[in-house]
Design a protein around this ligand. Structure first.
Ligand code: SF4
Ligand code: SF4
Length: 142
């Protein structure tokens, strides 16, 4: 007990191992891939980025009118760049930037609501496919 308290006290006088951010500018290491950026205007909604994402940090919500909505979870993302490599419109729809600060998405509850959204996205697609099939076969009652 005494030993660990002494060690903790002595650590106060040792040099910092962290970068001193935000007082000190972050120096990006060689090979730094960067944060994920997305532009819905350039996106063709092919879903490739969603399919290849290892942790499932990208989701597309299917709206009733056929349009899709992009969702991204920067807290789940491992910044591997697979989505950018798979994207048919890299640097336009999806890219990695050297921005050092993550966009302030936390307020929207992105991470907290992720699993709820995951289920909602899945359901929205199933509902859309069912409605489309029904419309094709003329069994749509609307
Ligand atoms: S960088 Fe990797 S983990 Fe992050 S969204 Fe793209 S594919 Fe998913
Ligand atoms: S892979 Fe690119 S074009 Fe396709 S949905 Fe993702 S961001 Fe859009």
């Amino acid at each position: 007990m005494f030993k660990s308290m002494l060690e903790a006290f002595l650590n106060l006088f040792k040099p910092l191992h962290t970068g001193g951010y935000p007082a000190k500018e972050i120096v990006l290491p060689d090979g730094y891939r960067g944060l994920i950026e997305y532009d819905g205007e350039a996106c063709i909604y092919c879903d490739k980025c969603e399919k290849v994402c290892p942790p499932g940090a990208i989701l597309f919500y299917q709206q009733e009118n056929g349009e899709k909505k992009y969702r991204y979870n920067p807290w789940l993302c491992i910044y591997c760049g697979e989505c950018v490599r798979a994207c048919p419109k890299p640097q336009e729809a999806l890219w990695q930037s050297e921005t050092k600060q993550q966009p302030a998405l936390k307020e929207e509850g992105v991470n907290e609501q992720w699993f709820v959204w995951e289920a909602a996205c899945q359901n929205s697609r199933e509902a859309y496919t069912t409605a489309k099939k029904a419309a094709k076969t003329g069994t749509n009652e609307k």
